[in-house]
Ligand binder design. Sequence first.
Ligand code: DOR
Ligand code: ZN
Ligand code: ZN
Length: 432
Amino acid sequence: MGTILKNGKLLVNGEIVALDILVAGNKIVKIAPQIEGADYKIVDVSGKLVTPGFIDMHVHLREPGFEAKETIATGTASAARGGFTTVACMPNTRPVIDTPATVELILQKAKEEGSVRVLPMGAISVRELGKELTDMAALKEAGVVALSDDGVGVQSSKMMKDAMHIAVELGLPIVAHCEDDSLIEGGCVHEGVFSEKQGLKGIPSEAETIHIGRDIILAEATGAHYHICHISTADGVRLVRDAKQRGVKVTAEVCPHHLILCDEDIPGDDANYKMNPPLRSQRDRDALVAGLKDGTIDMVVTDHAPHTAEEKQRGMALAPFGIVGLETAFPLMYTKFVKTGAFTLQEVVDRMTKVPADVFNLPYGTIEEGAIADITVIDLETEKEVDPQTFASKGHNTPFTGWKLAGWPVLTMVDGVIAWQADDLNGKGEVH
Ligand code: DOR
Ligand code: ZN
Ligand code: ZN
């Protein structure tokens, strides 16, 4: 028994080629122009783009502790709908992912209730309080793929340096939320012309860039693999570009919202535009796009950060930071960057598949014979408006409501099993 994905459009060295894919067990067994076989389940994906399953190295699944915002079940269902087959979940849960027991709990729940593969990240400091390092060796043993205090910056340079030394020994990346607390003081939007005009407290770019600069120096001194979360500033991109040129082991990720929006796009007191780091200036946004294009920024992630409607209704000053992203990420990237000609389809797909796999040393992210069958099928034609009410995520907090986008995933296969498939793929009678 196996499954044939029939007549999909595959990207082969940047060209689109119509091919069949045979999946048996959890592997891609064969890729060829015509694969026949009576024993196989046939899924007709004619005219649809077939890519490796997307990999999102920055997701907040909220469980344990904040199940009103999201659960492993709803967060991974949201991932599947967004075309993601692997998500790395951040440790700012309650309890924080700072002990093997919490890692195991998440892996167990993901196995029982998850639609996609979940890779936990372990905390750098106990309870993410920045006071005491976690037992990183024990966290690695339990299965974390990286170390991060995401949600807060590691304030102490000494602590960051110690963490990097241990991370080198363990062969784990340090994944950093870059934010100097002494510079933020209750800010809720980017500090600049916009915050002044609106009378809102600002978060200056330096709050991010000081940490990036400091940590690049520490990564160079320790030899650690240092990965920067949700980069948002032009100066941050410049620092990373320079560090890469000098051979420092630094990598970076960027979110669709920082590539597409800037502070001037915020319509008013709407917390669906509130996230950390904030939407920056137009100049910053342009530098992020250029940085992703030239490879300074390695990958696209969502920083999917669901909150309840009640929390987000508190307004710009009081609502928690964060927006959801799993179900709009690829349609946004496709519509805003591929359809406009700014990026090739291959560039965008690579930055959501092969590149994160390579950077984090994961055995996923490619479609080839013998590979693990993580596959996403995408309708590049149909335009649809973003409607958060249709999300599988519990979080509806997005600034993209009503945006007309193309590039919607219609089927997601994880480890050889169809994790999700759109009703209309069924409706056309294409599944036999
Ligand atoms: O916007 C954000 N939301 N940024 C973070 O760093 C944390 C995240 C969250 O956990 O809600
Ligand atoms: Zn963060
Ligand atoms: Zn985050």
